[in-house]
Design a protein around this ligand. Structure first.
Ligand code: NAP
Ligand code: GDD
Length: 346
C-alpha cells in the first residue's frame, strides 16, 4: 500500500487530496497543528478511529515552523510520497505577517526538503515530493503565464513561494531527489476558506438570501483570476508524482474572470443584482496587487493528460448552492437562539 504524507491536510486542498488518495488505496498521514479548538472540520467525515482495524488515515501533530517535529514524523511515517501543502496562504494577511509567512512558506518548505534529503540519504528509500507552488509567483508578469514566464512576485506570500520553488529546484538538482513544483492557479470549492474572495462572495449570497447579512464589503473588483475547481487540481498534483522524471507544471483553466464577473455570476444565480449589496472597503485592497492571472497549462495537458473538468459557471453554481444550504441551516440555529456567525472578513 503506498504511503502519503500531507502537510496542510486540514486545508481546502488537503481535504480533497486526502479523499483522492484514500480512494486510490493509499495510507494517508496528515500533519495537523495543535489548536485550542478542533481544526479538522474539512476532513471530519474521513476521520477514522485509530483503535479500529483497517484504518488508513492518521493524523500527527506538527508544524512547518518546527523542523525537529517534521523529521520525527517522517521517520515514523516512512512515506513514498510527500505533499507539502501547508502554508499561511492568504495573500493580504502576508502583508500583515510577512515574517511568519516566510517562516511557514519559505523556511517551512526548506525544513521539510532538508528532512527528506537526510531521510533518503540515510535509508536509501525513494521519496517523491510535491511542492505547492502558486500562480502568485508570476505576479505582475503579463498573461498568459506558463512554466517559462519569469516570476515577478507582488506580496510577501508570493516572494516566499518563489523561494520555496527555487529551494525545491535546487534540492532536485543538487541531491537528485524526485521533487516537483506544481504552479497552480486559483482553485476554489465549497471547502474554500471563507476569507478568499470566491467563498466570501458565495457565503454572502447565501446569507443575503436568508436575511442573515445585508452588505458585502470587498476590495479591488477589477482583478482577474483563472479560477478552477480544487477537486480537479489535486488530481494534477497526484499525476505529477506518477511521472518517470520530476518536472514543474502550470495547472490552470486558461480562462480568466474579474471579481466583478464572479459577483455577477454568483448573485445572478439567485436572481439578485450585486450592485445593491456590494460596497468597497479600502481595508481589503493590497499594497501591491496582482491584476491579471491567466494560465497556459498546455504542458500539463500534453505530458500529464490533465485537463480541467469543472468550468467557471459550474464552479460558481456549486459554491452558491452549497452556501445557500449552509445559510439555511444557520438561520435555523439563529431562530433557536444560537449566535449568528459573523461573516464578511478579509
Ligand atoms: P488553506 O486552505 O489555507 O490550507 C492551508 C493549510 O496549511 C491548512 O491545513 C493549515 O492548517 C496549514 N498550515 C498553516 N500554517 C501551517 C504551519 N505553520 N505548519 C503546518 N501547517 C500549516 O490553503 P489551500 O487553498 O488548501 O492551499 C494549499 C496549498 O496550495 C498552500 O500552500 C497554498 O499556498 C497553495 N496554493 C493554493 C492555491 C489555491 O488557489 N487554493 C493556489 C496555488 C497555491 P490550519 O487548518 O490549522 O490553519
Ligand atoms: N480575499 C479577498 N477579500 N480578496 C478580495 C476582496 C476581499 O474582500 N476584494 C477583492 N479581492 C481581490 C483580491 O485583491 C485579489 O485580486 C482577488 O480578489 C483574489 O483574492 P483571493 O481570493 O484572496 O486570492 P488570491 O488570488 O490573492 O490568492 C489565492 O490564490 C493564489 C493562487 O493564485 C490564494 O489561494 C493563494 O494561496 C494562492 O497561491
Amino acid at each position: 500500500m503506498p504511503v502519503a504524507l500531507i502537510t496542510g491536510v486540514t486545508g481546502q486542498d488537503g481535504s480533497y487530496l486526502t479523499r483522492l488518495l484514500l480512494a486510490k488505496g493509499y495510507e494517508v498521514h496528515g500533519v495537523i497543528r495543535r489548536a485550542s479548538s478542533f481544526n479538522t472540520a474539512r476532513i471530519e467525515d474521513l476521520y477514522q478511529d485509530p483503535h479500529q482495524p483497517g484504518v488508513r488515515l492518521f493524523l500527527h501533530y506538527g508544524d512547518l515552523c518546527d523542523g525537529t517535529g517534521l523529521r520525527r514524523i517522517l521517520e515514523r511515517v516512512r512515506p513514498d510520497e510527500v505533499y507539502n501543502l501547508g502554508a499561511q496562504s492568504h495573500v493580504r494577511v502576508s502583508f500583515e505577517q510577512p515574517e511568519y509567512t516566510a517562516d511557514t512558506v519559505a523556511l517551512g518548505t526548506l525544513r521539510l526538503l532538508d528532512a527528506v534529503r537526510d531521510y533518503v540519504e540515510r535509508t536509501g528509500r525513494q521519496v517523491r515530493f510535491y511542492q505547492a507552488g502558486s500562480s502568485e509567483m508570476f505576479g505582475a508578469a503579463p498573461p498568459p503565464q506558463n512554466e517559462r514566464t519569469p516570476f515577478y512576485p507582488r506580496s510577501p506570500y508570493a516572494v516566499s513561494k518563489v523561494a520555496a520553488h527555487w529551494y525545491a529546484v535546487n534540492y532536485r538538482e543538487a541531491y537528485g531527489l524526485y521533487i516537483v513544483n506544481g504552479i497552480l492557479f486559483n482553485h476554489e470549492s465549497p471547502q474554500r476558506g471563507e476569507t478568499f474572495v470566491s467563498r466570501k462572495i458565495t457565503r454572502a449570497v447565501g446569507r443575503i438570501v436568508h436575511g442573515l447579512q445585508q452588505k458585502l464589503y470587498l476590495g479591488n473588483l477589477e482583478a482577474r483570476r483563472d479560477w478552477g475547481y480544487a477537486g480537479d487540481y489535486v488530481e494534477a498534483m497526484w499525476l505529477m508524482l506518477q511521472q518517470p522524471e520530476p518536472d514543474d507544471y502550470v495547472i490552470a483553466t486558461g480562462e480568466s474572470h474579474s471579481v466583478k464577473e464572479f459577483l455577477e455570476a454568483a448573485f445572478g444565480y439567485v436572481g439578485l443584482d450585486w450592485r445593491r449589496y456590494v460596497e468597497q472597503d479600502p481595508r481589503y485592497f493590497r499594497p501591491t496587487e496582482v491584476e491579471h492571472l491567466e494560465g497556459d497549462a498546455s504542458k500539463a495537458r500534453a505530458k500529464l493528460g490533465w485537463a480541467p473538468k469543472v468550468r467557471f459557471a459550474e464552479l460558481v453554481r456549486m459554491m452558491v448552492e452549497h452556501d445557500l444550504e449552509l445559510a439555511r441551516r444557520e438561520k435555523l440555529l439563529v431562530k433557536n437562539g444560537y449566535p449568528a456567525v459573523s461573516g464578511g472578513r478579509d
